[in-house]
Design a protein around this ligand. Structure first.
Ligand SMILES: O=C(O)CCC(=O)C(=O)O
Ligand SMILES: [Fe+2]
Length: 422
């Protein structure tokens, strides 16, 4: 297997252990970084004729059986670990696992399967009862889903909070899982926020289309193209994507379809939307069966999709975990609503005088949130194309166009804040 830039660096950088990253190695890493980012053009082209070939070459990479020596086995290019064989108390072994997972997610195939991730099946069984109740309660309202047609599956948005509210004892048992802490730490470091969504694909349920996940996976192609190359790369480091099997997930029930090594395509957040990439994904995806309590974790930039359920009886149930880095938040909390309420009349005056609109745009972007996440996906569902709901910035532009009063803009923003709340 080819080791890519950064790939031979361990999950943790040991400040007190210079041998873990020699000066020469550090210089090489820095100069690789400069040539990868510094001299290249800031934007990434939406359609680059060489991209599909680059993806094909990446996907030729083979994971050797000895590349991940703590893995029980490697199947279809995916290292499979059996957590039942390691004690969480065995620090050396746990750190060894974390280093291998980091490498696999970062520079390797982009995915690992962790068997016996949640070994107490009674906890999962109880959680399934909780989720069934939530699904029944929510069945009356038609829900949106991203990357799949509504109706082919049951989606519980924010299954994390709903789980705690419905059955706190089971929630505590479910999330008191040190392996979840360790795998999150391997990718994101010690601070993170868990979110979760249950995805049940019913018998006959169709597959999702190939995609990459949050953050840039939730932007339209045009919006995505506005983010510079560095952010196209950074997006994958801001979340860890996982799925815990809540039912048996044999191959014909539609386990997650995965394209190992596809996370390494720098322009992949733009490319997955193009038909030739979808076709390539459809020819080359792999999936692995899972048993109850097994988990799959993958780099959110990996091309993937929920599978098709060809069984007659299995309700394929996977609790999707999306674990977010603590980074990407400002240092101080700012109350935009207070700022906008105070300065709305001034902004309207500026907008009237500012014929070109550049100064107004700059001020709008300074005082309002342009990013509509975190959100409440029950009240503000994404469409099947995975697109984002409206943001505060959108509301401000509407208010300027229609000359809203201070009270009116405040009400509209308060509504958006309330609808986004969980
Ligand atoms: O349910 C699955 O197997 C994966 C679902 C997924 O990728 C998604 O909803 O973004
Ligand atoms: Fe996904």
């Amino acid at each position: 297997m080819q080791i890519h830039a950064g790939g031979n660096v361990g999950a943790a950088l040991h400040v007190t252990n210079p041998s873990s990253l020699s000066m020469a190695g550090l210089q090489r890493t820095i100069s690789r970084g400069i040539s990868a980012l510094g001299r290249a053009a800031r934007p990434l082209a939406v359609s680059n004729p060489g991209s599909l070939d680059a993806l094909k070459t990446l996907c030729e990479t083979k994971v050797g059986s000895s590349d991940y020596r703590r893995a029980k086995t490697v199947e279809r290019n995916i290292p499979i670990y059996d957590l039942a064989s390691t004690s969480i108390e065995d620090l050396d072994a746990v750190v060894g696992l974390q280093d291998e997972w980091y490498h696999a997610l970062n520079a390797g195939p982009g995915v690992v399967v962790l068997k016996n991730f949640l070994s107490d099946h009674s906890v999962i069984k109880q959680a399934n009862g909780v989720f069934d109740n939530i699904i029944k309660r929510e069945a009356a309202s038609t829900k949106g889903d991203h990357f799949a047609a509504a109706g082919s599956n049951s989606r519980v948005w924010n299954s994390f909070q709903k789980h705690a509210e419905q059955d706190p004892a089971n929630f505590v048992h479910y999330y008191a899982n040190p392996w979840l802490d360790r795998v999150s730490e391997a990718w994101l470091g010690p601070f993170y926020q868990i979110t979760a969504q249950l995805n049940v694909v019913r018998p006959g349920g169709k597959p999702q289309s190939a995609h990459r996940d949050y953050h840039l996976g939730f932007q339209s192609a045009d919006a995505c193209a506005l983010f510079p190359r560095s952010m196209q790369i950074a997006s994958q480091y801001l979340t860890l994507q996982g799925g815990i099997a809540h039912s048996a997930v044999p191959l014909d029930s539609g386990p997650t379809r995965l394209l190992p090594f596809s996370q390494l395509l720098p322009e992949g957040y733009l490319a997955w939307r193009l038909p030739e990439f979808t076709n390539f994904f459809n020819e080359r995806w792999v999936s692995l069966p899972m048993e109850i309590g097994d988990a799959v974790f993958f780099n959110p930039a990996l091309f993937h999709a929920a599978g098709q359920n060809d069984t007659k009886t299995i309700e394929r149930s996977v609790n999707l975990l999306q674990i977010s880095s603590a980074f990407g938040r400002p240092m101080e909390s700012v109350n935009n609503l207070k700022i906008i309420r105070k300065s709305w009349e001034q902004l309207k005056k500026l907008a009237r005088d500012d014929k070109e609109g550049h100064r107004t745009a700059a001020c709008v972007n300074a005082m309002a949130e342009g990013y509509p996440f975190p959100s409440n996906l029950d009240r503000r569902p994404p469409g099947p194309d995975g697109m984002a709901p409206i943001s505060e910035v959108d509301v401000l532009w509407e208010g300027l166009r229609d000359n809203w009063s201070t009270d009116h803009i405040s009400e509209k923003l308060q509504q958006l804040i309330d609808d986004s709340d969980s």
